[in-house]
Design a binder for this molecule. Structure first.
Ligand code: SF4
Ligand code: SF4
Length: 369
C-alpha cells in the first residue's frame, strides 16, 4: 500500500516497465527502476524527480493508450513529482501554496510590486520619485542600501533555509543518510548530468512534442534559462563584492562586470523562458499534468519578468522613469525570492539530488564505492 493513489499508479506502471524494460536506454529512471524488485513511496518519489519529462517513453511504449495497460509514465511521474514537492515543503503549513500555485504566485507578485511602489512613494517626495538620478548611489537615493540589503538578504536567507529543509525531507524520504550527499564522485557526475541536461534528450533523439517528432528546442531554451539565471546570480554576487570590498556603489557603467554578466544573463532569461512557454503550448496534452500548468507558467513568467524589468531599468535608469521602474523590478525580484521554495523552482534542486543518488547507485552497482 502506498500513501497516495498517484503512487499506487506509479507502482503499477513501474511493475509493468520492470517486466518490459524496452525503455532502459532512454534515461536514468528505467535503470534505477531495474535495480529494484519492489518500490517504496520514497523509491517512486525518487523516480519521479529523476524523470526529465522528455516524453520519449510514452511515444515509444507499445502499452500506452488505447492499450488496456494504459501506460503513461511521463504524466504519472509528473503528478507524483508535484505531489512530492508539496509533501517536502517547509514549513509544512505552507505546502498548500503548491495548490493553485499560478494564482498564488500572481497574487504575491502583484502585492509585492504594489508594496514596493507604495513604500518608495511614501519614503520619497514626488520630485525624488520621478526625478533624474545618475552616477554611483543613484538607486539608493530612493531606497537606502542598508534597507535594500536587509530586506533582500532576509528573503534570500529564508528561501535558502526552506529549500534546504525540503531537500532534507526528500533525502530522508528516499532512505539515504544525509552524509551520502557529500560523495564527491557522485556529486561531480550529477553536476555534469545536470549541466548538460543529459536526460532531456529522450535517449539521444530529443524531447517529444505534440507531433511526436523529437526536437532539442526545449533543451536549448532550458539551457538559456538556467545559464541566464546563473549569470544574473553571478552579477549580483560581483556587485555585492564591489559594494563591500571596493566601496563602489551601483549603478555601474555598461562595460563593467556586473552589468555585462547581468545583461548576458538577462538576454538568456528573456529568450529561454519565452521559448519554454512556446514549447509548452505545443506539448502533447496526454503528457501534461494539466492541474500544474499554472505552476509551470507562473514560475517561467516570473523569470521572464525579472529579466524584462531589469533590462528596461538598465536602459532607462538615467531618465525620470527610474523610480517607478526600480520599484517594479524590486517587487518582481522580491516575490521571486519568497516564492522560490513553493513553486517550480524546486524541480532543479530535487532533480539534482536524485541525480546524485543515481550516480551513487551506479557506482555501488559497479563496485566502485
Ligand atoms: S514505458 Fe512502455 S515500453 Fe517503456 S518500459 Fe514501460 S512498458 Fe515498456
Ligand atoms: S519521460 Fe523521459 S525522462 Fe521521464 S521516464 Fe520517460 S523517458 Fe525517462
Amino acid at each position: 500500500m502506498h500513501g497516495t493513489s498517484t503512487l499506487e499508479e506509479a507502482d503499477r506502471l513501474m511493475t509493468v516497465c520492470n517486466s518490459c524494460r524496452y525503455c532502459e536506454g532512454l534515461c536514468a529512471v528505467f535503470p534505477a527502476m531495474e535495480m529494484r524488485r519492489a518500490f517504496s513511496d520514497g523509491d517512486l518519489n525518487y523516480f519521479a524527480n529523476l524523470c526529465h519529462a522528455c516524453g520519449a517513453c510514452y511515444t515509444d511504449c507499445q502499452f500506452s493508450p488505447p492499450h488496456e495497460y494504459n501506460v503513461n509514465v511521463p504524466k504519472t511521474l509528473a503528478v507524483a513529482r508535484a505531489e512530492s514537492w508539496a509533501a517536502y515543503a517547509w514549513p509544512r503549513s505552507l505546502s498548500g501554496l503548491f495548490t493553485n500555485n499560478g494564482l498564488v504566485i500572481s497574487i504575491i507578485a502583484a502585492l509585492s510590486v504594489a508594496a514596493f511602489i507604495f513604500a518608495l512613494a511614501a519614503l520619497n517626495d514626488r520630485q525624488a520619485m520621478v526625478g533624474i538620478h545618475t552616477g554611483p548611489g543613484a538607486f539608493y537615493a530612493l531606497m537606502p542600501h542598508g534597507a535594500m540589503a536587509a530586506l533582500f538578504g532576509a528573503a534570500f536567507l529564508y528561501a535558502i533555509v526552506a529549500l534546504a529543509m525540503g531537500v532534507r525531507a526528500f533525502w530522508r524520504d528516499i532512505g539515504e543518510p544525509i552524509g551520502m550527499l557529500a560523495d564527491p564522485p557522485s556529486l561531480w557526475q550529477a553536476i555534469k548530468d545536470a549541466a548538460e541536461l543529459r536526460y532531456l534528450d529522450g535517449g539521444g533523439v530529443g524531447c517529444v512534442n505534440e507531433d511526436e517528432r523529437p526536437t532539442d528546442r526545449r533543451k536549448i531554451y532550458h539551457h538559456l534559462t538556467f545559464y541566464g539565471f546563473l549569470l544574473c546570480f553571478a552579477a549580483t554576487c560581483v556587485a555585492t563584492l564591489y559594494h563591500y570590498l571596493l566601496a563602489r556603489e551601483a549603478p555601474y557603467p555598461l562595460w563593467d562586470l556586473p552589468v555585462v554578466l547581468g545583461t548576458s544573463g538577462g538576454i538568456g532569461l528573456l529568450i529561454g523562458p519565452a521559448g519554454l512557454l512556446l514549447e509548452k503550448s505545443k506539448r502533447d496534452p496526454v503528457l501534461v499534468d494539466e492541474k500544474r500548468t499554472g505552476m509551470d507558467v507562473a514560475f517561467t513568467l516570473m523569470l521572464f519578468l525579472t529579466s524584462l524589468t531589469g533590462i528596461v531599468l538598465l536602459l532607462l535608469r538615467e531618465t525620470s522613469a527610474m523610480g517607478p521602474l526600480l520599484a517594479l523590478h524590486l517587487g518582481v525580484v522580491f516575490s521571486l525570492f519568497i516564492t522560490m521554495p513553493y513553486g517550480k523552482f524546486v524541480h532543479g534542486l530535487y532533480r539534482f539530488v536524485a541525480l546524485v543518488r543515481y550516480a551513487r547507485e551506479r557506482r555501488m552497482t559497479a563496485g566502485t564505492v
